[in-house]
Design a protein around this ligand. Structure first.
Ligand code: SF4
Length: 213
């Protein structure tokens, strides 16, 4: 039996003319099977990066931090100033919000007296997850000028977890802005680290699977 070295396929024509011959698909080589087609994803978004949903959410969250607006003492004036037109914290997507129900970040700006402790804890608990806390100024960090006072809590981290400490008495608005930027960096890094941890666990799982096999 003769083997045809140059196979052709016959495409029927429906206009009444005889069928014409057409070579097999471009790039087809005998004995090498079909060329895999480009994935739909690559065709729609060529050279696009892929990322974990955690990392995408973290990017969105860090760029739209809503801060629970309440001030406890003189540091609050600097916080207000950071939000006002001269410093314009809105540039970073940071918007003050008067309710804990929709806020992402609590900025504890001022002296935390013991009378206020329960209210701060309640406000923190009313904030939805994920949530973050910035301790602004010496008082919120460790009692500041009221160190070992009978009526002052020696740092708000005795009540709730703190992510960023902004030093100063009072810190300037620029210092608070820098603190917010550090928090944004932390949110991004936390998402990347959880991604790396997951990949590590997945790899370990695969290796265990191989060992078991
Ligand atoms: S750190 Fe200084 S400026 Fe801020 S609340 Fe305490 S005493 Fe006032």
């Amino acid at each position: 039996m003769e083997i045809d070295e140059n196979p052709k396929i016959h495409i029927p024509k429906y206009d009444g003319l005889p069928p014409t011959e057409k070579p097999l698909g471009d790039g087809y080589e005998m004995g090498k099977g079909n060329n895999p087609a480009d994935s739909v994803f690559n065709r729609v978004l060529p050279n696009a990066l892929t990322a974990k949903s955690d990392q995408l959410f973290a990017l969105a969250r860090k760029s739209s931090l809503w801060t629970l607006s309440f001030g406890l003492a003189c540091c609050a004036i600097e916080m207000i100033s950071a939000h006002a037109s001269h410093h314009d914290l809105d540039r970073f997507g940071v918007v003050t919000w008067p309710s804990p129900r929709q806020a992402d970040v609590m900025i504890v700006a001022g002296t935390v007296v013991k009378k206020m402790a329960d209210s701060i804890k309640l406000l923190y608990e009313q904030m939805p997850d994920p949530k973050w806390v910035i301790a602004m100024g010496s008082c919120a960090t460790n009692g500041g000028p009221y160190y070992k006072s009978y009526s002052v809590v020696m740092g708000v981290d005795h009540l709730i977890p703190v992510d960023v400490y902004v030093p100063g008495c009072p810190p300037r608005p620029e210092a608070l802005i820098y603190g917010v930027m550090q928090l944004q960096e932390k949110i991004k890094n936390d998402a990347n680290q959880s991604f790396e941890k997951e990949s590590l666990n997945a790899n370990e799982g695969e290796q265990q699977h191989i060992f078991k096999a």
